[in-house]
Design a protein around this ligand. Structure first.
Ligand SMILES: *Cc1c(COP(=O)(O)O)cnc(C)c1O
Length: 354
């Protein structure tokens, strides 16, 4: 058994003749563009967006690759990492035949993307300490398992998963291991992007939606060996990242110090909020977090959730999720927001004790 990309990819994708867009076909310099049926007069805006964006995203890719210390040929940029997740299904999973494995409790999108693509989902639950159960993963996969999704730091538990276990899975599995690092910037450890050279079956997902504060732009990243990225490029919609998104990501990349500042402040606030929560009598566990949120177990999560809503504070109710029974997931806010949350919870506590 060994990793073989040609055997892994769906035949229709292997044989696909990609759409050849006007902007994709013509990459040179020209004086007049009459090839793409755009509106040559401009846009009804202060800035013009009448031209299709670069389908290869060459300029942004160069900057992102520089930041991450990778080769642009090993980088896919998508309309959020959700697009990368969906493309993985479309490239590798034959509907109703192949399957994927997830390690719950985890990010809900893997399962939704599987359902949309009509691909069965297998499960190997995390342990009660939210760690990977490698034996459970090994016994849950079969010859038709194409993708294993691993989220680290994991959403909703917040913890980094043990790297040695991730490597064990990479080593035994012939399909792709999709490592979702959406929260890696809060974890204070290196990305596993640097291990793609050792593990050709590793796909690392990252995003501009969390630490970079650009969720509204919809820009996600996938890092993998170039054969896998070529498949992404052939399969994606040609203009999947808008001109606005490409321009603003480039601009944001010029201001990395601000991102580092925000990360440091979020991590500081994470500790403040965790300590505040721990002092409440109805909070039983604040799980350690390597991300920008806390998973919190409470005596009556549903009643706290409703109380907060009545005070116009929205958190994520995870109390119906296996292994997260009685838990809320709380995003770290600004100092003022966290203080308001704690004040509301103290109000709840007074009513609760009385
Ligand atoms: C928020 C999040 C993402 C980001 O998705 P985008 O589509 O890039 O906004 C990806 N994975 C996980 C686990 C997340 O929590």
């Amino acid at each position: 058994m060994a990793f073989d990309l040609n055997k892994l990819v769906r035949e229709n994708i292997r044989l696909l003749v990609p759409y050849s867009s006007a902007r994709g076909e013509f990459g040179g310099k020209a004086r007049i563009f009459l090839d793409a049926n755009e509106n040559s007069f401009g846009s009804p805006l202060a800035r013009n967006y009448n031209r299709y964006p670069d389908p290869r995203q060459a300029t942004v890719k160069k900057s992102v690759a520089e930041l991450k210390g990778t080769d642009p040929a090993g980088l896919f940029i998508g309309n959020g990492s959700d697009e990368a997740i969906d493309l993985l299904f479309r490239i590798f999973c034959r509907p109703q035949i192949d399957n994927v494995l997830i390690c719950p409790p985890t990010y809900g999108m893997y399962e939704v993307a599987a359902a949309i693509n009509d691909v069965p989902v297998r499960r190997a639950a995390l342990t009660s300490k939210f760690e990977l159960d490698v034996d459970a993963v090994k016994s849950a996969v079969d010859a038709n398992t194409k993708l294993i999704f691993i989220c680290s730091p994991n959403n909703p538990s917040g913890n980094l998963l043990d790297r040695e276990r991730i490597r064990q899975i990479l080593n035994f599995f012939d399909g792709l291991v999709v490592l979702d690092e959406a929260y890696i910037d809060f974890a204070g450890v290196r990305s596993m992007i640097s291990e793609i050279g050792d593990h050709p079956n590793l796909v690392v997902l990252q995003t501009f939606s969390k630490a970079w504060g650009l969720a509204g732009l919809r820009v996600g990243l996938a890092f993998a060996e170039t054969g896998i990225i070529d498949l992404f490029n052939r399969t994606k919609p040609p203009y999947n990242v808008s001109q606005v998104a490409q321009e603003l990501v480039l601009e944001a990349l010029q201001n990395q110090p601000r991102v580092c500042q925000m990360i440091a402040e979020i991590v500081r606030q994470r500790n403040v909020l965790a300590n505040g929560l721990k002092s409440l009598s109805f909070v039983s566990t604040v799980y350690p977090s390597d991300a920008n949120f806390l998973l919190v177990r409470l005596i009556d999560a549903n009643s706290v959730y409703r109380f907060l809503l009545s005070d116009e504070i929205v958190v994520r109710n995870r109390s119906n999720v296996a292994l997260c029974e009685g838990c809320l997931r709380i995003t770290i806010g600004t100092q003022e927001e966290n203080q308001s949350l704690l004040s509301a919870l103290e109000k709840y506590e007074k009513g609760f004790v009385r």
